[in-house]
Design a protein around this ligand. Structure first.
Ligand SMILES: C[S@@+](CC[C@H](N)C(=O)[O-])C[C@H]1O[C@@H](n2cnc3c(N)ncnc32)[C@H](O)[C@@H]1O
Length: 220
């Protein structure tokens, strides 16, 4: 059963995901099923998505949901751990890492407020291991002033991501205007979808080891 079928046939706790997110999940997450991984979802709400991840990734995956609402603690059950705290609080996030390790997959479906999304990303992204995935959902709020966003607002996460595109390519800047940083060194790809940004961690050694062969396309 794929994730969309799982959601449609769900008779358990409510799942609060947009329909168009499901092909995005399938694309980026299918290869992670039935593996010993740690999946951290920020935002538990009714508890259904944590259960959905438990079914999707299988019994070897450790699913942890975090939420600021203490009522969410009641959604803890076999295969799903829930911890209560603020996603923008680095002390709380460090406690999660101390208890569960570094998350292979982060799904930020929390407050969707710009300052929270950025604080969480700044803390967690460097800790996600190579080949890990970092989802930021509901980024339509990047365009909403009520969430700290707004079109071309420098603080909106989408706007910050526009700069990440340059950082991803920093090794190619010959003008010295773009400095290599953690995004350059640790990011394999950044994918943009309607309301969702997906980061795949990796590291491409551009300019250090060009591949000579039929697959090599000259960047010049
Ligand atoms: C969109 S809902 C999560 C939906 C859930 N992931 C699902 O798919 O069913 C957002 C949740 O984020 C929680 N939240 C809001 N602000 C937060 C914060 N600062 N830290 C952690 N969780 C927060 C809310 O309590 C709410 O339960």
């Amino acid at each position: 059963m794929n994730l969309w079928q799982d959601c449609l046939t769900n008779r358990g706790l409510p799942i609060g995901k947009w329909a168009h997110y499901f092909p995005i999940y399938e694309r980026h997450l299918s290869s992670w099923r039935n593996k010993d991984i740690f999946v951290l979802e920020i935002g538990v709400a009714g508890g259904g998505s944590a259960q959905m991840w438990n079914r999707f990734f299988g019994p070897r995956a450790k699913i942890v949901g975090i939420d600021i609402d203490p009522k969410c603690a009641e959604h803890e059950h076999f295969g799903v751990s829930i911890r209560i705290g603020d996603q923008s609080d680095p002390v709380f996030l460090q406690k999660i890492i101390d208890e569960f390790g570094f998350p292979d997959i982060v799904i930020d479906d929390g407050s969707h407020r710009m300052e929270h999304v950025l604080a969480t990303f700044q803390f967690l992204y460097p800790k996600v291991p190579k080949n890990g995935i970092y989802f930021v959902e509901d980024m339509h709020t990047s365009y909403w002033p009520g969430y700290g966003g707004g079109v071309n607002n420098p603080s909106s996460f989408i706007n910050i991501c526009k700069h990440f595109i340059d950082q991803l390519n920093a090794n190619w800047d010959q003008s010295g205007q773009i400095q290599v940083d953690l995004i350059t060194r640790q990011t394999y790809s950044i994918s943009f979808y309607d309301s969702v940004v997906v980061f795949e961690k990796g590291g491409v050694r551009t300019r250090e080891a060009p591949v000579v062969g039929t697959g090599y396309l000259s960047p010049v």
